[in-house]
Design a binder for this molecule. Structure first.
Ligand code: UD1
Length: 418
């Protein structure tokens, strides 16, 4: 099994070019079921994307990967479409459940494995099913599968989500695209990745209006055959490298981003006293000797993202005083804490809040993580720790970080895969 070996304390300097967003690509790949021919640019070639392509292949949609161009071409020739998403493909990646909306809206039926829980929480799909039922789907759960049908097709309706969910908003948006008439979604997630999906659906011929957390979709039957789309940048990857720069950057510049999507992240870093030079499409960051404590709560966008909480916690171990993180999105997302404590961090957890006492010296150790963002937080801790850190189970990292060690190595980090 592969591991990452990191020799800490090496100052980082250089440029990091940010990849396309994994979380934007996944729903757009699912929505590609609706089109004939799709060309996606700026695709990050990470494990989750390949898992989704495997699922699409199982369904009957072929893809051609142009690695050098960072492109994927997808072809739905309608011949042998399988409306099944099997357990073996959905269990490894929850986003597999996003094929439910497009299959149902286009082929009027779908059988999709329930994704089950994962390390960060139970992660149910009740909100996805709630929205699809409102659009007229008949749904039952049998033998671990969601079995959905809409014999006469989906019909537009008003859907008021009781709580905000990224995935449920995406499934509902894609389903509403193929529904008859108008759908109004209230209390939607409005992450930049949702905006990217909306842009993609518009290119497919849909009319969509968005105002605050309300999205209106006018059902479309005359979809465009060919669609070209460039995926937005990965704001979580960008935030991760910003934190690396704040931790140990002589000067790091991250580029190929849109800084207006990183406001909550840069606001937190500024309040800690980190020096940032923010331009429209790049940010330079320099670490500072004295960082101030900060308290944050994770929230849906435009709030601070849960996907950056573990990374920020490492930075908080270096700030003066007592910092706090309240995790509001997932119930079990402090799995990195015991490992950070083994490296010397002083952290206590009470209910949903982590209390981080700083500044603390971190020491290299052999560590392992249970999810994607927790793994990268251990890499960040390794960059500032004394001696050697070994991060195990890096298949988690490979699910979502493209060229992680190369990007860090280019900035002079001492890191290698063994
Ligand atoms: C997406 C992101 C993930 C990020 C999360 C929150 C992708 C592929 N993944 O995940 O990286 O951490 O948003 O920003 O884009 N919930 C329910 N019922 C449902 C659906 C969700 O109770 O039907 C709960 C979840 O358990 C969680 C909360 O709602 O507590 C938010 O989940 P959601 O926004 O749906 O996250 P995902 O779409 O799974």
């Amino acid at each position: 099994m592969q591991k990452l070996l990191i020799k800490g304390k090496k100052k980082l300097s250089g440029n990091i070019s940010i990849s396309g967003s994994k979380n934007a690509t996944l729903p757009i790949l699912a929505a590609s079921i609706l089109a004939h021919n799709v060309r996606l640019k700026n695709v990050p070639f990470v494990k989750d994307i390949f898992t989704m392509l495997e699922l699409l292949k199982f369904i009957g949609i072929n893809s051609k990967i142009l690695t050098k161009k960072r492109e994927i071409n997808l072809l739905n020739n309608q011949k042998k479409i399988n409306t099944l998403a099997p357990y073996k493909l959905v269990k490894t990646m929850r986003a597999g459940v996003l094929v439910l909306g497009p299959l149902l809206t286009k082929y009027k039926k779908a059988k999709v494995s329930l994704p089950g829980g994962c390390a960060i929480g139970t992660r149910p799909v009740d909100l996805h099913l709630f929205a699809l039922k409102k659009l007229g789907a008949k749904i039952k759960i049998k033998n671990g599968y969601i079995i959905a049908e809409a014999k006469k097709g989906l019909k537009g309706n008003i859907v008021k989500f009781p709580t905000i969910s990224v995935g449920a908003t995406e499934n509902a948006l894609i389903a509403a695209y193929g529904a008859e008439g108008k759908t109004i979604l209230h209390n939607c997630a409005i992450e930049p990745e949702i905006h990217d999906l909306i842009l993609f659906l518009k290119k497919l011929g849909s009319k969509i209006k968005i105002s605050g957390r309300k999205i209106i979709i006018f059902g479309n039957n005359s979809s465009k055959e060919n669609v070209n789309h460039k995926i937005i940048f990965d704001r979580i990857e960008a935030g991760t490298y910003l934190i690396a720069g704040a931790l140990i950057g002589k000067k790091i510049t991250i580029s190929r981003i849109d800084t207006k999507n990183l406001k909550s992240e840069t606001d937190v870093l500024k309040s800690m006293g980190v020096k940032l030079l923010i331009k429209k499409n790049s940010i330079s960051i320099i670490s500072t000797n004295k960082m101030k404590k900060v308290s944050i709560s994770t929230k849906p966008y435009p709030g601070f993202p849960t996907d950056l909480q573990a990374q920020l916690m490492v930075l908080m171990t270096q700030a003066e005083g007592l910092s706090k993180i309240k995790e509001n999105i997932f119930e079990n997302r402090f799995m990195h804490v015991p490992e950070l404590k083994r490296m010397g961090a002083k952290i206590e957890i009470k209910n949903k809040t982590a209390y981080i006492f700083g500044p603390t010296k971190l020491y290299g150790a052999e560590v392992m993580a249970t999810d994607l963002r927790a793994s990268v937080s251990l890499v960040l801790a390794g960059l500032i720790a004394d001696n050697r850190t070994i991060v195990n189970r890096i298949y988690h990292l490979d699910r979502g970080y493209e060229f992680l060690e190369n990007k860090l190595k280019n900035c002079k980090a001492q890191i290698k895969r063994i």
